[in-house]
Write a protein that binds this ligand. Structure first.
Ligand code: ADP
Length: 508
């Protein structure tokens, strides 16, 4: 594809105003830096449209010159790409100015928002209007967008944590400039756009997630009615087998919805990394040079300081005080007999540890205000590799074995979190931390990630998401599905202007 020329950028300025087409070195750097293994990806410019008409005008210029455009909403995509495009010379379309909360309906427990609405913004709105609702948040920045997390099919920690599943109704500007609404939004004057997900005829919503067919300009999603009683469970488990025992014990509790939320079992090294981002101080995982210090003495000391075990279970109970009391007894009984020596932390212990405190907040939908990775940005690399596993100990063991083997080959340390989605699936979110300033280490991390994708796919575990630059590697394994994705690209974005190459879909 051609890069954006001076002439095209000048036309863009005429449409959006010069103040909404930024390309100073500082701005370009902010949108170039990432935590991936590929180095900075410098865009041509950053455009900030304020309306759908302005988005259409940008797309008209892009279509005319066949110029690449990459939309983003919050730009907090961390281990999958931060605020950068997949290749240099792209126009970043930052939708942060389009940040209206269009509706929050307390009776029917839903919200309809524009792309720029952040978790912090919606949380404050709900709080300031004293609405009896909770929202779902991720484990990342409060400045992330509600929309971006849905379009990337992110996972959260409340009972509505499977975010795309609980979204309802989108408005999308297609690559060719047409505007479409999904669900019952197809009917002018619909009264059920955020109420009934399926509409009539083919359900199109999924086409606008992890794809490059359109720019989503509105999204609806459901909220959690604030329950009369809530109890966070924090369980510390030791020994390498504890994770397998815990998964077997937790699966029936999840399937039967005794534990209804996006509960997770987290390895100590990941828990310590998260603690560092969640207000645990930047030195929580001391570095030797630029590397994290994973020596057993350091980890043992930090485990004590932050009330952590080798593996750590966070889940929660929601409902009436009576049911929550009863369910707590059941969970305690089941886990204690399945995982000998496991320990349930008291409410005071949870609040005293930045790790458990953040878990408690996230499971009732409060954004993690302390989130801070500024110490890492541009220096520390962090990639998230996320194969999905069936929720049985056999599959968890197989996945951990693969990760440990490959990490040992490339000289990295395994650290991961297992999110129990519906009870059937586990999002196995494996962290790969490396020194981004060291080209040799970056290159090693790059090879390691692709090796991980290859091995997991060989044995039937498809990752649920990739970083912005590795989509093609994965998509090439998917046969006819890949062909159809390209056919659809021709329908929605025939000039290939929207995020070409994202998820491996590219007509170029
Ligand atoms: P977050 O809000 O979580 O920080 P981003 O804004 O970085 O997420 O978005 C993550 C990815 O989702 C982007 O790289 C882009 O590919 C896609 N995306 C974000 N916003 C939109 C949108 N409005 N329409 C289509 N895709 C989007």
């Amino acid at each position: 594809m051609e890069p954006w020329s001076e002439c095209a950028l000048a036309r863009l300025e005429a449409v959006l105003g010069a103040e909404n087409v930024r390309r100073t070195p500082e701005v370009l750097r902010r949108y170039a830096v990432n935590m991936l293994s590929v180095g900075d990806i410098v865009p041509a410019a950053v455009a900030t449209p304020g309306t759908i008409e302005e988005i259409q005008a940008v797309l008209a210029i892009a279509n005319e010159g066949r110029l690449p455009v990459w939309a983003l909403s919050g730009g907090q995509n961390r281990g999958y790409g931060m605020a950068c495009a997949n290749r240099p010379g792209t126009l970043i379309l930052d939708l942060g100015r389009m940040n209206k909360i269009i509706e929050v309906n307390a009776d029917l427990a839903y919200a309809l928002v524009e792309p720029g609405v952040t978790f912090a913004q919606l949380y404050r709105y709900i709080r300031d209007h004293d609405l009896p609702l909770w929202m779902d948040v991720p484990s990342g920045s409060p400045d992330g967008s509600c929309l971006g997390n849905i379009t990337e099919r992110g996972a959260g920690y409340t009972p509505l944590g499977e975010k795309f599943l609980f979204s309802c109704g989108m408005e999308v500007v297609l690559g060719d400039g047409r505007v479409i609404r999904t669900g019952t939004g197809t009917l002018p004057g619909t009264k059920t756009w955020q109420i009934f997900k399926w509409g009539y005829g083919p359900s199109l919503d999924g086409l606008f997630t992890q794809s490059n067919y359109g720019i989503v300009t509105k999204v609806g999603f459901w909220l959690v009615p604030k329950p009369p009683a809530y109890e966070p469970l924090a369980v510390v488990m030791d020994g390498p087998d504890s994770v397998y025992r815990a998964i077997e014990a937790l699966r029936p509790l999840k399937l039967s919805m005794v534990i209804p939320n996006g509960a997770c079992v987290t390895h100590v090294r990941k828990a310590l990394g998260l603690t560092a981002c969640w207000g645990g101080g930047k030195t929580i995982l001391p570095k030797v040079g630029r590397r994290f210090d994973y020596s057993s003495e350091t980890v043992a000391e930090l485990k004590k300081t932050f009330s952590l075990g080798d593996w750590n279970f966070a889940g929660a109970l929601y409902g009436l005080p009576e049911t929550v009391r009863l369910y707590r007894q059941i969970v305690e009984q089941v886990l204690s007999s399945a995982v000998p020596g496991c320990r349930f932390l008291s409410a005071e212990e949870q609040q005293a540890s930045p790790y458990w405190k953040a878990r408690e907040m996230a499971m009732r939908g409060e954004p993690l205000w302390q989130f801070d990775m500024s110490d890492w940005d541009g220096k520390a690399g962090a990639l998230w590799i996320s194969p999905v596993a069936p929720a049985t100990n056999e599959h968890v063991a197989a996945q951990i074995r693969i990760a440990e083997e490959i990490y040992a080959k490339y000289g990295f340390s395994y650290s991961a979190e297992l999110i129990l989605g519906t009870g059937r699936d586990l999002h196995h979110i494996i962290w790969l931390m490396f020194d981004r300033t060291d080209p040799e280490e970056r290159e090693r991390a790059d090879r390691c990630v692709l090796d991980m994708y290859d091995r997991y796919c060989e044995v039937g575990y498809l990752p649920y998401r990739t970083g912005v630059t590795t989509g093609d590697h994965l998509m090439r394994k998917l046969g006819t599905f890949r062909d159809i994705c390209h056919d659809l690209k021709r329908v929605f974005d025939p000039n290939n202007v929207l995020a070409p190459g994202k998820s491996g879909i590219d007509l170029g």
